[in-house]
Design a protein around this ligand. Structure first.
Ligand SMILES: *Cc1c(COP(=O)(O)O)cnc(C)c1O
Length: 219
């Protein structure tokens, strides 16, 4: 199956309120162009250097999402163009994004990553850390970032009940911060990948990050 066919097939199954991020990490520009020509405009990458190289080479109406863990010292390389940063999990990183956004005269949209999986290796804040961050004075001072929602990754397991429990947990946290109204722009809940996006949508996801089901497996 071609990239365009895969893409259109997946898109046809997504409800209208769900945004598709085509995760193109490790894939060549020619593959991304195939998806672009089939209408895709949002691409997700997990390495800043690679995303910047692709941004330079590709049409400028693409929205680039950083979905990987972000190193503070590399924020400056994506600050001129990144449209959404999914994996923000510390005040220190937010402060750096704010600083670089200011330098570029922009406001950069971010998602806070919440730790919902059992594995210790997955990054993210827990509920208490999230509350502390949002209520801190340091956070209130950041005028060049905008928190538009939350992101999470479920445990890598075949146990659907486990994954469902974790997605539901994230949705509950999302609803809590939305209802408090402390964050004006919260509307995005980024959860779900190739293996679990249907379940994620059932649990309330509004943004799915799909790579291998569109572009094929990665080495
Ligand atoms: C690679 C990656 C994806 C896409 O994974 P697939 O299983 O290929 O769909 C989604 N989210 C994050 C954070 C990733 O790193």
């Amino acid at each position: 199956m071609s990239i365009a066919t895969n893409l259109l097939q997946i898109k046809s199954t997504l409800p209208e309120h769900v945004t598709l991020v085509a995760v193109s990490k490790t894939k060549p520009v020619s593959d991304l162009m195939e998806a672009y020509e089939a209408g895709q405009r949002i691409f997700g990458e997990n390495k800043i250097q690679e995303m910047a190289e692709k941004w330079e080479q590709m049409p400028k109406d693409i929205q680039w999402h950083m979905i990987g863990h972000v190193q503070t010292n590399k924020v400056k390389f994506m600050a001129p163009f990144v449209s959404l940063i999914h994996g923000v999990d510390s005040l220190k990183l937010l402060q750096e994004i704010n600083k670089q956004a200011l330098k570029n005269n922009r406001i950069i949209d971010c998602l806070l990553q919440i730790h919902i999986a059992e594995e210790e290796t997955k990054f993210g804040l827990d509920e208490e850390e999230l509350a502390l961050l949002l209520s801190s004075n340091e956070f209130q001072e950041l005028k060049n970032i905008r928190i538009v929602g939350l992101m999470g990754m479920a445990t890598f397991t075949d146990d659907k009940e486990q994954v469902k429990k974790e997605f539901t947990h994230l949705k509950t946290i999302f609803d809590n911060i939305s209802s408090k109204g402390a964050l004006q722009y919260v509307s995005t809940l980024s959860m779900g990948m190739s293996g679990d996006y249907q379940l994620a949508i059932e649990c309330g996801s509004t943004m799915v990050r799909i790579g291998s089901s569109i572009f094929g497996g990665r080495n």
